[in-house]
Design a protein around this ligand. Structure first.
Ligand code: GLC
Length: 530
């Protein structure tokens, strides 16, 4: 795959489809709303949008409980709306990636209704049914990722079924070849409609240990943590046979030119990189969430970049993610000044960056009053700060009521700062985070050194992380101050540089010699040898 392939050079932008732009006043965003905002996305300069699930769903887990893999939920629109969206996105040079949720369906999916109707139903084996232990208790000690037992008793047929998430999300049996065929046809349904790739939900969960062994206790568990951490997930996920499934999915995508397979995987680095597959036959991009999970300091981040680069298999393409719909927003985590430094980091690292809608306008910490809570995880395990509503609040487009997101009542409250932090206003302010994102994206698109070029660490001391990116004769030094005090970095003798972008405006064109002076919370991109 050449280094100019779109998903290697490009930037992925995640849209949470309930929260981008409402077009019909029901307080929930929809496909026509997203289509109305394509010009904005083209202006921002990203290359591909990934939309979280838009398929028919009872919305127990907001679309991650799919009741039909080949349709559109009426909340979001129709198949015709989707076709119009993809056509217009393509006309503007934007790729479109869909979410694929193969680990579980909704309990309202016709397959599950069949499967639970009787023990002899032909679809029985499509899900994971097991007998109770002699005392009537569940078959093993596995826990749901949203808390509570992962087994639900079915009175009518006298067996338990397994659900890694909600009981409304029964897990499919990926050892069954019929389910594989049905799911691969669902992929083809969308690929035939021009979809450019998939982000595959919890791909490492697809296969469980054949004997359903008990997971071992986690000695480090504390009651302040989510209950899932009570046990170490040795047997319920990441089994060797999963790689066969991933490579089969990849095979389906290979039937079409230039499609991308992205896998959602929360595992330690050495396990994560196995999802590139044998001879790179697995996911093109196993999502790398290290930046989300790592403490925000120069040494730790530098070490993890090196570890990640070293762990990549030969030819495996790196990628970096700064936020998503399951994790606290970067602005909430490290504050508004450092969120700008984080943007520079994300967009100057080697590999494909994935950004999360709203981060580019600096949405920060949003408090959701308990009565407004929507997330089922928050409802199952309240008070542990696990809820994902704060990172799912609506986008702010202008200074009008509800930020131009909806003419109705938004499904989640907006960040109270929405009147001063919205696309229309930030576009007119050259010093805004939005314009910083736009410049960073533009620079990355102009210079191969910043996207596919080599990465060399220069220093990681105190608060400062500095690295060089190079491609052909082009060289850039990226110097990031991850702290709130100024710092000075020596500059190699005899080298000349020129600032091309600063996170704290404005130093562009400033010549650099002998040393780099970084102000508090400042990141700089310096063109070298100029
Ligand atoms: C993934 C999704 C998350 C969802 C879960 C179950 O982790 O990103 O939002 O709740 O899978 O499908």
């Amino acid at each position: 795959m050449p280094e100019t392939t779109w998903w290697k050079r490009g930037i992925v932008y995640q849209i949470y489809p309930r929260s981008f732009q409402d077009s019909n006043g029901d307080g929930i965003s929809d496909l026509n709303g997203i289509r109305q905002r394509l010009d904005y996305l083209a202006w921002l300069g990203i290359n591909a949008i990934w939309i979280s699930p838009i398929f028919p769903s009872p919305m127990a887990d907001f679309g991650y409980d799919v009741a039909d893999y080949c349709g559109i939920d009426p909340i979001f629109g129709t198949l015709e709306d989707f076709e119009r969206l993809i056509e217009e996105a393509h006309a503007k040079g934007l790729k479109l990636i869909l979410d694929f949720v193969p680990n579980h369906t909704s309990d309202q999916h016709p397959w599950f209704k069949e499967s639970r109707s009787s023990r002899t139903n032909p679809n029985r084996d499509w899900y994971l049914w097991r007998d109770a232990k002699p005392d009537g208790s569940p078959p093993n000690n596995w826990i749901s990722n949203f808390g509570g037992p992962a087994w639900e008793w079915d009175e009518a047929t006298g067996q338990y079924y397994y659900h890694a998430f909600l009981k409304e999300q029964p897990d499919l049996n990926w050892r069954n070849s019929d389910i594989r065929k049905a799911m691969y046809n669902a992929l083809r349904f969308w690929l035939d409609r021009g979809v450019d790739g998939f982000r595959v939900d919890v791909i490492w969960h697809l296969i469980k240990h054949a004997e359903f062994r008990d997971n071992p206790h986690n000695p480090a568990f504390q009651t302040s943590q989510a209950e899932i951490n009570r046990f170490i997930q040795v047997y319920s996920a990441d089994q060797p046979e999963v790689h066969e499934v991933v490579s089969e999915m990849r095979g389906v995508l290979e039937e079409y030119p230039e499609r991308v397979l992205i896998g959602e995987i929360y595992l330690p680095l050495e396990r994560l990189v196995t999802y590139y597959g044998k001879d790179l036959s697995g996911a093109h991009l196993p999502f790398n969430f290290q930046l989300i999970q790592t403490a925000w300091n120069a040494r730790t981040i530098a070490a993890l970049i090196n570890e990640y680069e070293a762990a990549l298999p030969e030819g495996g393409w790196p990628n970096w993610v700064l936020g998503n719909h399951d994790q606290p927003r970067i602005g909430a985590r490290i504050g508004p000044q450092q969120a700008r430094v984080a943007a520079m980091l994300l967009l100057t690292l080697r590999g494909t960056p994935t950004m999360y809608y709203g981060d580019e306008i600096g949405i920060g910490k949003v408090e959701i009053p308990p009565e407004a809570a929507q997330d089922p995880w928050e409802k199952n395990e309240p008070g542990l700060d696990l809820g994902r509503d704060p990172e799912r609040t609506p986008m702010h487009w202008d200074g009008s009521a509800q930020g131009g997101f909806t003419s109705g009542k938004p499904w989640l409250p907006l960040d109270p700062h929405f009147r001063s932090c919205h696309v229309e206003g930030l576009r007119d302010d050259p010093a805004s985070i939005l314009m910083l994102y736009r410049h960073l994206i533009e620079l990355r698109r102009q210079h191969l050194a910043l996207s596919v070029g080599g990465y060399t660490q220069v220093s990681a001391e105190g608060d400062v992380l500095a690295y060089e990116r190079q491609h052909g004769s082009e060289r850039f030094l990226v110097a990031l101050n991850l702290g709130h005090e100024p710092h000075t970095l020596p500059f190699p003798a005899g080298t000349k540089g020129r600032v091309v972008l600063s996170t704290v405006p404005d130093r562009s064109e400033e010549p650099i010699e002998a040393q780099v002076v970084l102000r508090a919370d400042e990141g700089l991109i310096i063109a070298l040898g100029i």
